[in-house]
Design a protein around this ligand. Structure first.
Ligand code: PXG
Length: 463
């Protein structure tokens, strides 16, 4: 117990249940249990109001690259708030942090991307994408190129455009989405959908679905293809090695824009600055958020390639789009300091050369557990597929998601945050995680698997 204590926890849980509507939450089940109250954090560790210390295996929500408790980010924000807490970037004005951050982003993103459009979240970044690709083709004199192709089980945010571009069926059902002009193709999810094909064969098939959709809908009607390098919220779907090379071949034949959603993969998650670097992609637009500021303040952006900027800036007039807080000075200051830390501490290189190989070896070792059908990981993002019968990919638990949630809750109780997607466990820790913390993390994950295995066999859910 810390200074907050049991009564404090109960009070916060009570007022939270009475007044706070949470994102993506079934409130009946939340309020029956009471929410966990997080009061502080340091490095890779969270502390709740009962004094439990929990290892944050999800980096907040895939965003806490540089770790909690960075005094220099707090100082940079405080200094900016004192100097200029707010001014807009409309009407021919700018301010120092927005200009400097745009310049810095042009430096760290792929060489052909030299402009940043600032927003406040990944969802707003994808709303911006939605409007900008259509505006681009209008300016190119091809107003019929309107359709954006996304993928089933992709996640691009929860605004109207974000939900529509994403491929989450349950989200589409709420609010009659997607909006017209979005088409979804299959995802490269070999474990779940690969059938009898080898991963390599399946990767080709999934990529050819893009070409087939373009053929079927007509290239003259397609504006863009949008994809995450590795699907995050969809369950850390790491595409087979053949997938992106084949997509690149399709795109080379077709005149459509490539939008690479870097909201999760960006800023070092894969051991490269961007997922586009990892897979050698040349995006025309690149939504970014999360790791841009390590979540210290909300900020996102769309990185715009020279190809698109030349048209939107060069040919276009005013693009009627933007937000009150586009390029908020304090958020830009947080992002600038965050990127300075990533660069000066060599964090991305450390992920590539040390942390990722060390964690991967141990994480992939969990594949020997009887509950694990597949362990996969690239950089510092991975998944464990939980299965009732090892070695049988087609056999699922009877009620999809139940085992995932149960195991996720056990993990929390064992002092490790993992996230559940369907019946898989997801991991995406802060990039600064140390080797001893990795050992601790994997020990807690294994204990969680053992606990879940015992519980599931008691319930008769295992083969
Ligand atoms: N694109 C991608 C690839 C994302 O992962 C967004 C866009 C939207 O970003 P904002 O900032 O609007 O949330 C995301 C966000 C989860 C989870 O449960 C994942 C996200 C957000 C919330 C929850 O895995 N990803």
């Amino acid at each position: 117990m810390n200074q907050y204590g049991h009564n404090f926890t109960k009070t916060i849980q009570r007022i939270d249940a009475a007044h706070h509507m949470h994102p993506f939450t079934d409130h009946k089940s939340l309020n029956a249990e009471g929410s966990r109250v997080i009061v502080s954090a340091d490095g890779c560790w969270l502390t709740d109001s009962d004094g439990n210390r929990i290892l944050d295996g999800m980096a907040g929500l895939w965003c806490m690259q540089v770790g909690y408790g960075r005094q220099s980010i707090t100082d940079a924000v405080a200094k900016q708030l004192a100097e200029l807490p707010y001014y807009n970037t409309f009407f021919k004005t700018t301010h120092v942090p927005a200009a400097r951050l745009a310049e810095k982003l042009a430096e760290v993103t792929p060489a052909h991307m030299n402009h940043a459009f600032f927003v406040n979240s990944g969802s707003e970044a994808n709303d911006t994408v939605f409007r900008m690709v259509r505006y681009y083709w209008d300016l190119m004199g091809k107003p019929d190129k309107k359709i954006i192709i996304g993928r089933h089980n992709a996640y691009h945010g929860s605004t109207v455009a974000g939900t529509s571009l994403g491929g989450m069926g349950a989200m589409h059902k709420q609010g009659d989405l997607p909006v017209p002009g979005v088409h979804h193709i299959m995802q490269p999810y070999w474990f779940g959908e690969g059938g009898d094909l080898s991963p390599a064969e399946f990767g080709i098939k999934a990529a050819q679905a893009l070409d087939e959709a373009i053929e079927q809908l007509g290239e003259d009607r397609i504006a863009a293809f949008i994809a995450e390098p590795i699907q995050g919220a969809g369950g850390v779907i790491i595409p087979p090695e053949t997938y992106w090379p084949e997509i690149k071949k399709v795109l080379a034949r077709r005149d459509i824009l490539l939008v690479v959603d870097e909201v999760i993969c960006g800023f070092g998650r894969l051991g490269t600055w961007f997922g586009s670097d990892y897979y050698d992609l040349k995006p025309d637009l690149m939504p970014i958020a999360k790791g841009l500021s390590s979540g210290y303040l909300p900020i996102g952006g769309v990185m715009v390639s020279d190809r698109v900027a030349d048209v939107v800036i060069g040919k276009g007039g005013e693009f009627y789009h933007g937000f009150t807080y586009s390029g908020h000075p304090a958020a830009c200051a947080a992002a600038l300091e965050n990127i300075r830390i990533l660069q000066d501490e060599g964090i991305v290189e450390r992920v590539r050369d040390e942390a990722a190989p060390y964690l991967q070896e141990r994480w992939l070792g969990l594949a020997d557990h009887p509950l694990v059908g597949e362990a996969r990981m690239v950089g510092l993002v991975g998944a464990l597929e939980l299965v009732p019968e090892k070695g049988n990919r087609s056999r699922k638990f009877p009620s999809v998601g139940e085992v995932g949630t149960l195991t996720r809750d056990m993990s929390f109780r064992n002092g490790l945050v993992m996230r559940a997607v369907r019946d898989s466990l997801i991991l995406s820790p802060p990039l600064v995680i140390s080797k001893s913390e990795i050992d601790e993390l994997v020990a807690r994950a294994r204990k969680t698997l053992d606990d879940a295995h015992a519980e599931l066999s008691k319930r008769g859910l295992l083969a």
